[in-house]
Design a protein around this ligand. Structure first.
Ligand SMILES: O=C(O)CC1=CCC(=O)O1
Length: 261
């Protein structure tokens, strides 16, 4: 078991692949843990060093008391890279993980040499929307809102035909309330428009064509903000790495080839 000790929490991490391989760091979405990358990672080229982590209150990581700030979540990712002694990483962030990636690339250009933003934006939703969700989760937990969230995460064919769908629902609804609302608060307070506009590293932006959480037009606008190519992934909702791992892995592989040292 690998972990990172932060002042107020132990974070579960996974660091796999050759030590001298190109480093790729993954950051998961709200309500998912590092297993969200399992199928995708199996399809990536061999020889990469693949680093993943569970955000606070997600997966096996400790849930420090909410609320969290985006600065804190970016510091967690920064501490992870510093702890493992990696620089020049390619950072792949899904949804809130993409916000973390944008924040880290702006704060520590020495750490991040290339960025893939998946189903994310420089600003996601409004503070009012997130505060409503925080209140609902504090009141009733995650179980009641599971079905509505799943409709945004996955397309109807995936929800209706794939036996594994129930397990992804479990992943969401078993997320700790503290970790979930803590991350909602971080999203509510994050507007990275200006710092993302100023990014100069290679960026590519991907989005499921049926993403109901960060719809394609929102994600496309963030790609335009940082002059990055935007690619739609067909037949996918908010979590293309689960729903379309082959297509997503191909796009990532192409990006890695284009940005090889
Ligand atoms: O819960 C959702 O609707 C999806 C989501 C928004 C931000 C994130 O990380 O996931």
């Amino acid at each position: 078991m690998q972990f990172l000790t932060r002042p107020d929490a132990q974070l579960h991490i996974r660091d796999e692949g050759p030590r001298d391989g190109r480093v790729v760091v993954f950051a998961n979405s709200l309500g998912t843990d590092l297993r969200v990358w399992d199928q995708l990672i199996a399809l990536l080229p061999k020889g990469l060093r693949l680093i993943r982590f569970d955000k606070r209150g997600h997966g096996l990581s400790d849930a420090s008391p909410a609320p969290y700030s985006m600065d804190l979540l970016v510091e967690d990712a920064e501490a992870l890279c510093d702890h493992l002694g990696v620089k020049d990483v390619t950072f792949i962030g899904l949804s809130i993980g993409g916000l973390i990636g944008q924040g880290l690339a702006a704060k520590r250009p020495d750490l991040v040499k290339a960025l893939i933003l998946m189903d994310t934006a420089a600003k996601i939703g409004t503070a009012e929307m997130w505060n409503t969700r925080i209140a609902a989760v504090r009141e009733g937990g995650l179980l009641p809102m599971g079905p509505a969230i799943m409709e945004r995460w996955f397309t109807a064919p995936f929800r209706e035909t794939r036996a594994e769908f129930a397990l992804w629902t479990n992943m969401l609804t078993r997320t700790t309330v503290e970790g979930y609302v803590g991350c909602c608060a971080a999203i509510a307070g994050a507007d990275l428009t200006e710092s993302t506009r100023a990014l100069t590293l290679p960026v590519e932006v991907l989005c499921g064509d049926q993403d109901g959480s960060t719809p394609p037009d929102l994600v496309r606008a963030t790609a335009a903000l940082c002059n990055a190519p935007f690619r739609l992934i067909p037949d996918a909702g908010h979590i293309p790495c689960v729903e379309q791992p082959e297509a997503t892995a191909q796009l990532i592989t192409d990006f890695l080839e284009r940005t090889a040292a």
